[in-house]
Design a binder for this molecule. Structure first.
Ligand SMILES: Cc1cc2nc3c(=O)[nH]c(=O)nc-3n(C[C@H](O)[C@H](O)[C@H](O)COP(=O)(O)OP(=O)(O)OC[C@H]3O[C@@H](n4cnc5c(N)ncnc54)[C@H](O)[C@@H]3O)c2cc1C
Length: 291
């Protein structure tokens, strides 16, 4: 199917893009990589009358460490995260997740921010950003604000952002001296959306005790989920097998999967336990803990 008719705008500045969104209200949609929006338009699941293409605005892409945090510009493609040396060396969770999103064609076009705003519970970045405690920098009609990732997802394909908002970047805590992360994704075949996936991030203190933990779940609820009880099970403990087992069981409890052609509720819940344990062991090993 071809999409319904729409007007196309290619602003060259953020202000121009914001003005276009303000002028067209609910009728307008932002276009980034188009890897989710265009298929939705082709299936007529989305019929925006106006598209505001962000791709001609300079300075909105890139992955950098600055002012004590990691910054991912909103137009950064999945492939740019995957290929970044900085990410590979210091943020293994991000590197691993970027490498298993879709296929190289989608990774070359799709953006991290577009994936978050699309709010697909089977999207990989949502779980990663929940595990990392990321914040989104958002510009809207009332100026700039930061939106914590915990406040972004409302339900499937719905966020707390307004139609006039543009995400300009994502801010993550900088990797500590002893931090580690891992992404475990179960997929039916390479390039598929997750049957289940788990993002894990750990920070250890000088004694090898967990000072911070983040666990995000993919494809087991109406949104990506944060397994907070599982995180609590790790704080103040060394990430040994007993602690990892307790946290993995708590992560499985936090999952709320539905049965489909990828598996039953019981299977998916148990895979959350299994993948959480694997991700936590590898995150601990990266951080120089037991794992
Ligand atoms: C074949 C295929 C396989 C895929 N497999 C996976 C997978 O395994 N894992 C996975 O996570 N994803 C997968 N995806 C989705 C892919 O990652 C998309 O790139 C991503 O979900 C959307 O990013 P985008 O830049 O293409 O956004 P677009 O499609 O351009 O936009 C998506 C939504 O976000 C909004 N938006 C985009 N950018 C902004 C912004 N800066 N500010 C405000 N709103 C914005 C748009 O208005 C739209 O509502 C797959 C897609 C395809 C086509």
């Amino acid at each position: 199917m071809i999409p319904a008719a729409f007007d196309y705008h290619a602003p060259t500045s953020l202000d121009e893009a914001l003005s276009l969104l303000a002028a067209h209200g609910d009728e307008a949609k932002v276009l980034a990589g188009g890897q989710s929006l265009i298929p939705m338009m082709r299936f007529r699941l989305a019929e925006p009358g106006v598209l505001v293409d962000l791709n001609h605005i300079e300075g909105m892409a890139g992955v950098t460490e600055e002012d004590g945090h990691l910054w991912i510009g909103a137009l950064t493609r999945h492939a740019e995260v995957e290929r970044s040396d900085l990410v590979r060396k210091r943020y293994p969770l991000l590197h691993e997740a970027a490498s298993v999103i879709a296929d190289p064609i989608v990774r070359n076009r799709g953006t991290v921010a577009g994936s978050l705003v699309h709010a697909d519970p089977a999207g990989d970045w949502g779980a990663v950003m929940l595990a990392c405690g990321a914040e989104l920098e958002v510009h809207g009609p009332d100026g700039q604000r930061m939106v914590p990732i915990d406040e972004l997802f409302v339900t499937t394909f719905m966020t707390s952002l307004s139609p006039g908002d543009i995400v300009t970047g994502i801010k993550l805590p900088i990797a500590g001296k002893r931090s580690g992360g891992a992404y475990e994704k179960l997929e039916r075949k390479v390039g598929d959306f997750a049957t289940v996936a788990v993002a894990a991030r750990l920070e250890l203190d000088d004694d090898g005790v967990c000072s911070a933990a983040g666990i995000g779940l993919t494809a087991v609820g109406a949104t990506n989920l944060r397994a907070q009880d599982a995180e609590k099970a790790l704080i103040g403990k060394k990430p040994d097998e007993a602690a990892i087992d307790a946290a993995s069981r708590a992560a499985a409890e936090a999952a709320s999967p539905t049965a489909d052609n990828r598996g039953s509720v019981e299977y998916k819940r148990d895979m959350v336990r299994v993948l959480s344990a694997r991700a936590l062991r590898r995150a601990a090993a990266h951080a120089g803990g037991e794992g």
